[in-house]
Design a protein around this ligand. Structure first.
Ligand code: PLP
Length: 218
């Protein structure tokens, strides 16, 4: 846990009127509480099982953001409490979230995950697929209110810059047609400053505030 980094990053994020999601995957409840006690309320998790365990133990006013690949059969487990699902990568997943949210009488923020990286391991939609979903953005419980993207993991800053630039342009074009679209979630520990310079208004930061992740689970 690197409290000094947290304050530094939070100041930079606030200066740009953006918000900070503290990505707590593989980190303990104790670490989460340390940030909670400093006022942080938005936390991001990637795995359903880990999220369920933490959610049960931690303060109920935490806003949980799901940012990992989500299987449709697990949607019902997180719907009762999840605040935002940032990783919609198929229409079927979106419809499942809408169905379960309705059953639970909840409104949930959902973001489309765009595939902008040059890596085969990252999930996400193409711009064409995302555009076609945005045209049907008339759900009652799971309106699309944001876009999320991850840049290629590379030292090539020019490449990362181009990827952020292209997602920013797509976001601005779609936002003009879609007043519900408000959030552009891009930027992680290594590239959040570049993302903020490309209009990101939500950064997802893990290792820079919590310290490097080890492979073991909490
Ligand atoms: C793990 C993760 C992050 C945070 O990564 P760091 O490099 O530790 O800041 C952000 N977004 C997603 C989708 C992640 O899976």
């Amino acid at each position: 846990m690197i409290v000094q980094n947290f304050h530094t990053i939070l100041a930079k994020v606030k200066e740009k009127n953006a918000s900070l999601i503290a990505v707590s995957k593989n980190k303990s409840c104790e670490d989460i509480l340390t940030l909670y006690n400093l006022g942080q309320r938005d936390f991001g998790e990637n795995y359903v099982q880990e999220l369920l365990q933490k959610q049960a133990k931690l303060p109920q006013d935490i806003r949980w953001h799901f940012i990992g690949h989500l299987q449709r059969n697990k949607v019902k487990n997180i719907i009762p409490f999840i605040y935002c699902i940032q990783s919609i990568d198929s229409e079927k997943l979106w419809l499942e979230i809408e169905k379960e949210a309705k059953k639970n009488n909840r409104k949930i923020q959902v973001f489309l995950q765009l595939f902008i990286a040059q890596e085969s391991t990252k999930y996400g939609l193409s711009y064409e697929e995302a555009e076609s979903l945005l045209k049907q953005n008339n759900k009652s419980c799971a309106q699309i209110s944001g876009l999320m993207g991850m840049a290629t993991l590379t030292d090539n800053l020019k490449k990362i810059n181009q990827e952020f630039e292209s997602l920013q342009q797509f976001f601005l074009t779609q936002k003009a047609k879609n007043p519900n679209l408000k959030f552009l979630s891009m930027g992680m520990s290594s590239d959040y400053e570049m993302a903020l310079n490309h209009g990101s208004n939500m950064v997802r930061i893990g290792s820079a505030v919590f310290g490097a992740r080890t492979a073991k689970t909490p």
